[in-house]
Design a protein around this ligand. Structure first.
Ligand code: CO8
Length: 258
């Protein structure tokens, strides 16, 4: 499928998904979501980590497309929200690590997109926030839930009630981003992190992600049971045998992902 609003570039086992509508500051419209959905479902099999970023030098994603939303009614709004949720969920449940490289404005749906990734790094030019209330609406792609889980309910309420835009340093201070990088080093940093992660066992990464994500919605005892099950599953994998054998043989492991 040829994409108009996104790009997917792969370098070895690391893919970079760029939301690429710089004239609209990469705003998420229906077509962009459908292209993202297709790209995520059809990721090449060699990909072991995914970086999400924005095209141009100004924005990661400046939100859902306000021009598209301005005239829709309740039923269409619910459909649009459901589409956005579907794509965010797909991203969140990918069986590989995902990294948001927040290279500029990450507002509304853009901040929600970053929150659906496993790790968030930001450039020193980034501005993050959820200004939906200033438009008379609320976050509609999981922001009310994922932001509260990421930074706590009170901070989430403050950000959503005020609509304030945080600079990258403040976003780091409240735990919304992991690190702040000079703009020209952000993507290289994210690629270095991705290449480091994928040296570890792919099955281990995928199980760790699954257990953390699903466990976060369970009580501790149930979540720990999930961990035990996943631990057992990994002992049936070639990766576990290779990882431990390589340690004993004092050599780097070569994981197959099986
Ligand atoms: N949607 C559509 N177009 C946009 C958006 C957007 N979110 N953001 C920017 N653009 C367009 C502008 O209209 C402008 O287009 P044009 O050149 O044709 O006039 C172009 O991008 C450049 O933008 P600006 O001229 O405004 O650039 P500035 O540098 O002056 O300002 C800002 C940059 C501060 C980022 C500003 O563009 C802005 O405030 N954008 C909107 C931010 C926002 O409110 N985002 C939240 C949107 S709501 C949302 O995400 C809800 C998600 C849940 C939806 C649930 C479904 C129902």
């Amino acid at each position: 499928m040829a994409y108009e609003n996104i790009r997917l570039d792969t370098e070895g086992a690391v893919a970079v998904l760029t939301i690429d509508r710089p004239k609209a500051l990469n705003a998420l419209n229906t077509q962009t979501f459908l292209e993202m959905e297709s790209a995520l479902l059809l990721l090449p099999s060699q990909v072991r980590a995914l970086i999400v970023t924005g095209g141009g030098d100004k924005a990661f994603v400046a939100g859902a497309d306000i021009a598209e939303m301005a005239t829709i009614g309740s039923a269409q709004a619910r459909e649009f929200s459901a589409l956005g949720h579907r794509v965010m969920h797909l991203l969140e449940r990918l069986t590989m690590p995902t990294i948001a490289a927040v290279n500029g404005f990450a507002l509304g749906g853009g901040c929600e997109l970053a929150l659906a990734c496993d790790l968030i790094y930001a450039s020193d030019k980034a501005k993050l926030g959820l200004p939906e209330a200033s438009l008379g609406v609320i976050p509609g792609f999981g922001g009310t839930q994922r932001l509260a889980r990421a930074v706590g309910k009170m901070r989430a309420k403050e950000l959503i009630f005020t609509g304030d835009r945080l600079d990258a340093a403040k976003a780091k201070e409240i735990g919304l981003v992991l690190e702040v990088l000079p703009a020209d080093q952000l993507l290289a940093h994210c690629k270095a992190v991705a290449n480091k992660l994928i040296k570890n066992g792919p099955m281990a990464l995928s199980q760790a992600k699954r257990v953390i994500e699903i466990g976060a919605d369970q009580d501790l005892r149930t979540a720990n049971e999930l961990e035990s099950q996943a631990f057992g599953v990994l002992f049936g994998s070639e990766d576990q045998k290779e990882g431990m054998k390589a340690f004993l043989e004092k050599r780097p492991a070569v994981f197959s992902g099986r």
